[in-house]
Design a protein around this ligand. Structure first.
Ligand code: PRP
Ligand code: URA
Length: 206
């Protein structure tokens, strides 16, 4: 299922990301801030467990998160969302999957993967600012499923209809969270209007 998180603060910060004159420092800050704002919604249905605690006043029964949370940024650009979410969920573990898109074929190529052992029983949140053809996200989901993950959410900032369709068809069990659903992909596979190459803008590589 697609969840569009169109909060005014998110829309305002996304406009900063889209502007071509926004530099590396401001781009990084706004991206992490949006990821933090999204953390609230992507964690809305996490299960809680009952715990007994003692306040300064008396003993009481209350609740804590019942599951491990594993963030899986897709390298490189997904790294730009990690701090924003761990600020709010500091106990989250972080796995990494390295994927790059071949510029000619747009096919994803995996070059690195490292996951925490608890991934099978955790709520897994894949992070990547861009959902374009959906190839990188779908390959990452396939990998996580092979590693035993069963509760996977895909958290992106900007998506194209083509990418959303691919994930919905290939992984109907995965909830997709987006801040914006844009018009389409151009001939080079970039999202229109999008925000350009997220990795290059985060790391200043162009
Ligand atoms: C970008 C982006 C996604 C992917 C999206 O990464 O961060 O991972 O493209 O495209 P897709 O939906 O068509 O697969 P890129 O391959 O440019 O690598 P980078 O993060 O290292 O720049
Ligand atoms: N990857 C990006 O970084 N930007 C796009 O628009 C599409 C894929």
């Amino acid at each position: 299922m697609l969840h569009l998180l169109e909060h005014p603060l998110i829309i305002h910060k996304l406009t900063q990301l889209r502007k071509k004159e926004t530099g590396t420092k401001d781009f990084r800050e706004a991206l992490n801030e949006i990821a933090g704002l999204m953390a609230f919604e992507i964690s809305r249905d996490l299960p809680l467990k009952q715990v007994q605690i003692e306040t300064p006043i008396k003993k009481c029964t209350t609740h804590e998160l019942a599951m491990n949370i594993v963030l899986v940024p897709i390298l490189r650009a997904g790294l730009g969302m990690v701090d924003g979410i761990t600020n709010l969920i500091p106990t989250a573990k972080v796995g990494h999957v390295g994927m790059y898109r071949d510029h000619e074929t747009l096919e994803p190529n995996e070059y690195y993967a490292k996951l925490p052992p608890c991934v099978k029983d955790a709520a897994v949140m894949i992070l990547d600012p861009m959902l374009a053809t959906g190839g990188s996200a779908s390959a990452t989901i396939n990998y996580l499923k092979r590693e035993g993950a069963t509760q996977i959410r895909l958290v992106c900032i900007v998506g194209a209809p083509e990418g959303v369709r691919k994930i919905e068809e290939e992984h109907p069990d995965v909830d997709i969270y987006l801040s914006a659903l844009d018009e389409k992909l151009n001939e080079q596979g970039y999202i229109v209007p999008g925000l350009g190459d997220a990795g290059d803008r985060i790391f200043g590589t162009k």
